[in-house]
Design a protein around this ligand. Sequence first.
Ligand SMILES: [Zn+2]
Length: 426
Amino acid sequence: MLVREAKLKDGTPEQYQALDEAIRTGQFIRNKCLRLWMDAEKVSRAKMQALCKDLAQEFPFAKRLNSMARQAHAARAWTSVQRFYENCRNGVKPVGYPKFKKHSRSVEYKTSGWKLSKDGFHLTFTDGFKAGTFSLYCNSKAREDILTSKINRVRVIRRADGYYAQFCLDVERVEEGTYTGEVVGIDLGLKYFIKDQNDNQVIYPQFLRKSEHRLKKLQRRLSRRHRQGKKQSANYYKARQQLGKQHLKVQRQRRDWAIKQAQALVASNDVVVYEDLKVANLVKNHNLAKSISDAAWSQFTDFLDYYGKVWDKAVVAVNPAFTSQDCHNCRHRVKKSLSTRTHKCPHCGIELCRDTNAALNILRRGMEILGIEWNQGTGGHPETSEKSGTTGETPTSVDSGKLESVSGVAEPVISESVKTEESPSF
Ligand SMILES: [Zn+2]
């Protein structure tokens, strides 16, 4: 699935209000379905869908939302219930008990309730809310994709700077990747955003720090203007609007940057191994700086997975336990605190940057998962990986021995973490 987005413009305030009502109604249906699941026993997906019909009869405003859109919101409730069950089964914590939504920002239409104009410049909503026609603002590439592909869903999303339509297209994005024979293991850290086994590093950029700083400032301003137990002033709402816009700006900057980094890394390597931090972050640190990097990391790794799929490359997430403690050379565990920046091994005498050591360990774990024998440290550009595994069991011998393919990298079995099928865009 491919997601393309366009801004909904040129609507009257009444039209946008109609979109708001549709969003509220979608939320109402989802919450009602959830309520049913909480109260009754053995609620199936079909029961939730049947409830949609009853709700439409009982509440006139629910009837105004397109019937397939109503079903889509019942499906949302069902998804959150399913995720909860799945987490319980797999021992994932927190289990994420489904919650009622209070401030939903989107409504989802399936294949009816809207109409796209022939040239792709206008979108009209045709259900009972009568939101009418909006102009679609997006780049020409996105417009072409929207016009030429089958549209499975249309989501309307409210953001701090306006309303957007998201088109979920029935297209699998697969492109020809360039295969380089290189492998990389990366350590995600606070000092460096990422560091690989060859000591290459990417530092979290200053411009992102600056706008995050402004975010904190606006947050303080908003708290200052908040009046406990009284009606809020106009200035409070102004500050709230500014904060919302700044959040959006930071989000977009961070996302663009994460995409660029992930693209560059996957494009120049055939195998990318990173540590799956979700396992490590069970103990949450409430430091803001930390949470910001958390957000950037998970977005970055989501895009690594995504581009791995698009370009048919192996992107592997490994367990991060002890990656910075263990010696990559003799595998002895060397205890060190967070502030110790170098790894000094008393057993084999090796000395190097702690993050580089971690990257080496991460790379080894990834290679073990893929079943590739890997001898670190030797250079060269072996012509492995590009569909070499398809020839059979004979291991492709490699001039330098850097990457000896046993099972081949052409069709990687990505074990530990295979994430969502669709492009990570929210
Ligand atoms: Zn050692």
